[in-house]
Design a binder for this molecule. Structure first.
Ligand code: FAD
Length: 326
């Protein structure tokens, strides 16, 4: 292997937090295979971001700057990164598995006659070469994926698969890379980015969160967990399917596409513990899980687990909390 290149994601000068997870994956893969890790940041006016990367344990930081990269377009990013990768010649290119990466990275990989190994949750090194792990069937199976064909290989990493706080500090050389781009080859005309309306509920400030999942079965049953939240003085939250179904508002969703919370107590009720949910709540100090399936992945992160039917357990808990409060 000749090197690992982590492609960082930024918008308007602010990092996407998943970029740091990708950087950690890049540093770890490089270490385990005995090669150097480098990173690239793409955009316009990116000197400050490149300088920040220069303080990480990397061989080189590529600042890929151009006025046509000021706003994201698949054509612009693909062309710029193709030129960079041909020059830097890494063996492996890693990306955070963001919506933006899903948009352009398969096209970029195709330019090299490769595919994108997408949404990997980890890797191991087998005879000096990486084997990526991908989840199938909603996380019920893990598949080993060995990159085939010639280098470079391309992989994107699932949110939360690596810990951003494990970035190794160091010193790296910054290299400005000016790709050759022309406006005619960029077919998309970016408009103002979509902005979410301000959130009415700030779950991040809650000490106790009672969170409900698909185990609740129907909307009419939500008051059962709402009662528990009320009794505990907790905020009510939910897994994505509950919000997607409109049973609770989107602003109460916890997970990779919802809020990231770290309360003192997080109660996961009828939630299986898919990785996209875990990344939003595994920072809680104490996790309590109620699930009728003893093998549900949520029990792997839970400090306290109750295996049983939430429709029996939650009302009993409400009674006990009320009694304890007098
Ligand atoms: C790009 C992407 C982003 C995503 N973002 C998010 C996100 O931000 N947040 C999120 O939560 N998910 C997210 N998901 C979805 C995620 O993959 C899971 O599908 C989702 O978290 C599952 O929700 P759940 O645990 O409520 O449902 P399920 O996985 O269906 O689990 C229901 C659980 O309830 C238990 N149960 C059933 N009946 C009872 C009972 N009577 N008593 C007790 N337990 C019972 C079952 O044993 C099961 O474990 C995302 C997925 C993708 C692809």
């Amino acid at each position: 292997m000749s090197g690992v290149l982590a492609i960082m994601e930024q918008r308007g000068g602010a990092w996407n937090r998943m970029s740091w997870e990708t950087l950690v994956a890049g540093q770890q893969l490089a270490k385990q295979t005995g090669v150097a890790a480098s990173a690239a940041v793409v955009g316009q006016d990116i000197a400050a971001l490149a300088d920040e990367l220069a303080h990480k344990k990397l061989e080189r930081v590529y600042a890929v700057g151009h006025e046509l990269l000021a706003a994201y377009t698949a054509d612009g990013y693909t062309a710029a990164l193709e030129q960079l990768i041909r020059k830097a010649a890494p063996s492996i290119v890693l990306f955070p598995h963001t919506y933006q990466v899903r948009d352009f990275a398969p096209k970029l990989a195709t330019r090299f006659g490769q595919v994108l190994i997408s949404d990997a949750v980890g890797f191991r090194v087998d005879s000096g070469a990486p084997v990526f792990v991908r989840q199938l069937f909603q996380g019920k199976l893990n598949a080993d994926v060995t990159p085939g064909g010639g280098e470079p290989h391309f992989a994107s990493l699932q949110a939360g698969a690596f810990r951003a706080d494990q970035v190794e500090e160091g010193a790296a050389q910054v290299e400005n890379f000016a790709p050759s781009l022309s406006a005619e080859t960029i077919r998309a005309k970016p408009l103002e980015p979509f902005r979410e309306s301000a959130r009415a509920v700030d779950l991040t400030a809650a000490d106790i969160i009672v969170s409900v999942g698909r185990g609740i079965k129907e909307k009419e049953n939500i008051p059962i967990v709402e009662e528990l939240a009320k009794a505990l003085g907790a905020e009510l939250a939910a897994s994505r399917p509950i919000c997607d179904s409109g049973w609770l508002p989107m602003e109460r969703q916890v997970g990779s596409s919802g809020q990231t919370v770290s309360p003192k107590v997080y109660m996961a009720i009828g939630i299986s513990g898919a990785i996209q949910h875990l990344v939003g709540m595994k920072g809680a100090k104490t996790i309590v899980a109620i699930n009728k399936d003893a093998n549900a992945p949520i029990f792997e992160v839970a400090d306290y687990g109750i295996v049983g039917d939430l429709f029996e357990i939650v009302p009993a808990l409400v009674e006990e909390v009320k009694k304890a409060k007098g």
